[in-house]
Write a protein that binds this ligand. Structure first.
Ligand code: ADP
Length: 200
C-alpha cells in the first residue's frame, strides 16, 4: 500500500456537474449470463447518448481484456474483478458520466460493496436486476457457454454449477422474457427521469 501519496483538492462533484450540466451515476446491471445485460446496456448507452447524456458501458470486453486481464475466476479474483469495476464506475460517475456496468456479479456482498463505494462518495447507484429464468437463458445461449458448462468444460458456471444470489433491494427488476429490449430501456430511462438524475 502506497503511503507517500497525497490527495489534491480540485473541483467538487457539484462544481463539475454545474460545468458539464449532467449528473453522474452508476447503473449496475446484474443477472445470469444471457439474461440480456449487454444487449440492454448497449441500447441504453445509445439512447442516453442520443439525448446528449454522456454514458459509457463497462463490460467484459473492455474490462476483462484490459484492466482486469491479470485476474482469473477464483473467488478472490472474482471479488477483485468486481471491486475494480466498481472503482472505475465510480470514477466515471464522478466525472458526471452515466456508467453502465454489465457483469453477472452473482454475489450480494460484492454488489453491496459497489453500492457502498458510491454512497460514500454521494454518487447514485442504481442496481438493475436483469432477470430471466435460467431455462430461457440456457435456450438463448448466444455464446454457447451454457452448453460448455453442461458438458463440464466450464467449471463453476453461474446458474448451473455456481450460485446466483438474487438482489433483495434492487432499484429496478426487469424480466427480459416478458419485455423487449426497447421496453427495458424505457423502464430504466423513466426511472432516471423520475428521480431527476437525467434531464431529457
Ligand atoms: P448477458 O450480457 O446478460 O450475458 P447478452 O445481452 O449477451 O446477455 O445476450 C442476451 C441474448 O438474449 C441476446 O442474444 C439477445 O438478443 C437476447 N434477448 C432476447 N430478448 C431479450 C430482451 N428482452 N432483452 C435482452 N436480451 C434479449
Amino acid at each position: 500500500m502506497a503511503t507517500n501519496i497525497t490527495w489534491h483538492a480540485g473541483l467538487t462533484h457539484a462544481e463539475r456537474s454545474e460545468l458539464t450540466g449532467t449528473k453522474g451515476l452508476t447503473i449496475w446491471l446484474t443477472g445470469l449470463s444471457a439474461s440480456g445485460k449487454s444487449t440492454i446496456a448497449t441500447a441504453l448507452e445509445q439512447y442516453l447518448l442520443s439525448k446528449h447524456v454522456p454514458a459509457y458501458r463497462l463490460d467484459g470486453d473492455n474490462i476483462r481484456f484490459g484492466l482486469n486481464k491479470d485476474l482469473g475466476f477464483s473467488e478472490a479474483a472474482r471479488n477483485e474483478n468486481i471491486r475494480r469495476i466498481a472503482e472505475v464506475a465510480k470514477l466515471f460517475a464522478d466525472s458526471t458520466t452515466v456508467a453502465i456496468t454489465s457483469f453477472i456479479s452473482p454475489y450480494r456482498a460484492d454488489r453491496d460493496t459497489a453500492r457502498k463505494l458510491h454512497e460514500s462518495a454521494n454518487l447514485p447507484f442504481i442496481e438493475v436486476y436483469i432477470d430471466v429464468p435460467v431455462e430461457v437463458a440456457e435456450q438463448r445461449d448466444p455464446k454457447g457457454l451454457y452448453k460448455k458448462a453442461r458438458a463440464g468444460e466450464i467449471k463453476e458456471f453461474t446458474g448451473i454449477s455456481a450460485p446466483y444470489e438474487e438482489p433483495e433491494h434492487a432499484e429496478l427488476h426487469i424480466r427480459t422474457d416478458k419485455i423487449s429490449v426497447e421496453e427495458a430501456v424505457i423502464v430504466i430511462a423513466d426511472y432516471l427521469k423520475e428521480k431527476s438524475l437525467v434531464s431529457i
